[in-house]
Design a binder for this molecule. Structure first.
Ligand SMILES: C[S@@+](CC[C@H](N)C(=O)[O-])C[C@H]1O[C@@H](n2cnc3c(N)ncnc32)[C@H](O)[C@@H]1O
Length: 254
């Protein structure tokens, strides 16, 4: 195994798969109940990726936080034998993580062609899929990339660190940006069920649904742009005194 990225420790989780603990954020990239099982449940299944892959158009997935690449690797494994093209666009602040992933996979039959096409963009073009990783602060890299490429995503893996540790990727303004570049059939999925992030989503125009439980967490969140929000969640949000996270109020707290 290549040397671990600085300021990270490797942690084995309950299903045998590994995650990384970040010393900078003081948080692990996945639930210790099972990194791979969580990724499958919340993201690949949560966004109904395999059943929505189509032979007629490219299915686009946005991942918020590339981490150790488990979201991508799990998606690749599930989609490997299915018909249809897909584009996996991922956002990562820490260049060392991305360099580590590249080094770890330099002999992988499908991933050895990963190439820096710009100083901050690592990309791979395979026959059935494209992987693009934008390195830098997602609040800056994503708007520029989305505007230039005119991309619209069908699935969003909202997998930043927790709202307490990583609030800039959970604000109303962030979710407005995600909505702006989403296809009508988009499904957004996240492990968080906190009322503040549900309010951020709702106030930025997303329709909110309850997601599956995983490990010790009792619930999670799915969001879409069509249909109606779950009435129980709306009632809960109405009764909750917490505020939606906004770029303004997280700066005040920091
Ligand atoms: C929970 S981990 C993602 C795990 C990943 N999805 C996986 O399956 O391996 C969150 C990631 O978000 C990254 N991150 C934190 N703040 C960011 C920012 N402002 N822009 C882009 N990435 C960020 C962290 O460096 C970390 O790798």
């Amino acid at each position: 195994m290549a040397q671990l990225p600085p300021h990270h420790q490797l942690v084995q989780t309950d299903d045998g798969s590994f995650t990384l603990f970040s010393e900078n954020f003081q948080e692990a990239c996945h639930s210790t109940s099972g990194a791979k099982s969580e990724t499958l449940l919340h993201y690949v299944k949560g966004c109904r990726v395999p059943e929505r892959l189509s032979p007629h158009s490219t299915f686009t997935i946005l991942e918020v936080g590339f981490g150790l690449g488990l979201g991508f690797m799990t998606t690749l494994e599930i989609l490997a034998d299915l018909q249809g093209k897909w584009h996996f666009l991922s956002l990562e602040l820490d260049r060392d993580l991305v360099e580590w992933f590249k080094e770890e996979n330099k002999d992988h039959p499908l991933l050895s062609g990963l190439t820096w096409i710009k100083d901050s963009i690592l990309e791979l073009r395979a026959p059935n899929f494209i992987l693009t990783i934008l390195v830098g602060n997602a609040r800056e890299t994503l708007p520029l990339y989305a505007q230039d490429s005119k991309i619209k995503w069908n699935a969003i893996y909202q997998d930043a660190f927790s709202p307490k540790k990583n609030p800039i990727l959970w604000t109303k303004e962030w979710f407005e940006l995600l909505k702006l570049h989403s296809a009508t059939d988009v499904l957004l999925s996240t492990y968080s069920a906190s009322s503040s992030i549900r309010k951020s989503l709702f106030e930025s125009g997303w329709i909110i649904h309850k997601g599956e439980k995983f490990g010790p967490k009792r619930s999670s969140t799915r969001a879409s742009l069509v249909g109606e929000s779950d009435p129980d969640i709306l009632l809960q949000l109405e009764r909750s005194p917490v505020l939606a996270l906004t770029d303004g109020n997280i700066l005040v707290k920091a």
